[in-house]
Write a protein that binds this ligand. Structure first.
Ligand code: FE2
Length: 325
């Protein structure tokens, strides 16, 4: 009781949001967290990007060669029970990972949202799955918004980084340069754009992988009246202008759980967000589970969409014109 005050006076308190309270209540003890971290460090070690790239590099490809790689989209099962119950289809991710393994691909690139939230517990489960499914083809990743500590807003990505390494990286294979760019915080910063400007060389055949589409691709990023909800806004214009100026061959993206192709200012953007995540209603008309098999060679790129129902659809080379129904 404060001098002169009523014993029943309530102090002003700041009430944390329900989600924060739940996270605090469910947070593991410090000892359990340390044990988790140790287990995660052990199981993640072989899957670090650097290790996977070293494995890929062990079998060389030359510029005159044609080779294949697989592109697999979002796989997180939905953060909330209701979403999982309504939209999730268990087993799709496993089926697609196994099928992609059976292809003669040099590597698989997963376009982010591997886990529903970037906690050690979720990453442990992710790596245990890859191990159980006997994934042997080099497996590379792009960071998605769900792979950060919280999927919305700007939160840290320390657990992703501790497992995989840098969130922006590039590598060369068979005359091609591949770039994995972090757009998981719904932005591409000026610093990233300067890095991108350096790694995307004029005249070099280049493919860019990133999780969230730039907001300018309105056919995918508008959700009815919610304009641009599905895309990143900060840096979007500069990002697309840079890729057009450098004549990038292809950009592969996820985040929106569907499929689509857009030719925008001379660059082809392919949306492939059907790795196994729930097919929520969105601005995209073609929502189905699939992965891509991409053939890369001196003549360019060609893609086949492998649907979960077993149907294969080649992506036409001609210019794609989209119009809303
Ligand atoms: Fe996402």
């Amino acid at each position: 009781m404060t001098p002169g005050g009523s014993p029943f006076t309530l102090r002003k308190t700041v009430v944390p949001p329900l989600a924060v309270v739940a996270d605090r209540l469910l947070a593991p003890s410090a000892a359990r967290r340390r044990a988790h971290d140790r287990d995660l460090a052990d199981i993640a070690a072989p899957w670090r990007t650097k290790r996977q790239l070293a494995r890929l590099d062990a079998v060389k490809r030359y510029p005159h060669e044609t080779f294949k790689f697989a592109v697999l989209g979002d796989a997180e099962p939905g953060r909330f029970w209701v979403w999982r119950r309504l939209f999730n289809r268990p087993g799709v991710f496993e089926t697609q990972v196994r099928r992609a393994q059976a292809e003669a691909c040099d590597f698989t690139m997963q376009l982010g949202d591997m886990v529903s939230r970037g906690t050690p517990h979720n990453y442990l489960a992710f790596f245990e799955h890859l191990k159980a499914w006997e994934v042997t083809t080099p497996y590379l990743t792009v960071i998605g918004n769900h792979d950060r500590r919280f999927p919305h807003g700007v939160t840290d990505c320390e657990t992703y980084r501790s497992c995989f390494g840098p969130v922006n990286y590039a590598f060369d294979r068979g005359g091609w340069r591949f770039v994995s760019l972090d757009s998981s915080a719904h932005r591409v910063t000026a610093r990233q754009l300067r890095w991108l400007d350096r790694v995307v060389e004029d005249g070099k055949r280049t493919v860019v992988f990133t999780h969230i589409p730039p907001v300018v691709l309105r056919e995918w990023t508008d959700y009815g009246g919610a304009k641009g909800l599905g895309g990143f806004e900060e840096g979007a214009k500069e990002f697309t202008e840079l890729l057009s100026r450098k004549k990038v061959a292809r950009v592969y993206m996820g985040h929106i759980h569907g499929f689509g192709v857009q030719d925008y200012k001379g660059v082809r953007y392919v949306l492939s967000g059907g790795g196994g995540s729930p097919l929520f209603p969105s601005g995209v008309r073609d929502r189905f589970h699939h992965y891509l098999v991409v053939e890369a060679g001196p003549e360019g790129l060609s893609e086949t969409v492998r649907g979960i129902d077993g149907r294969d659809v080649p992506i036409p080379q001609g210019r794609v014109v989209l119009a809303r129904a």
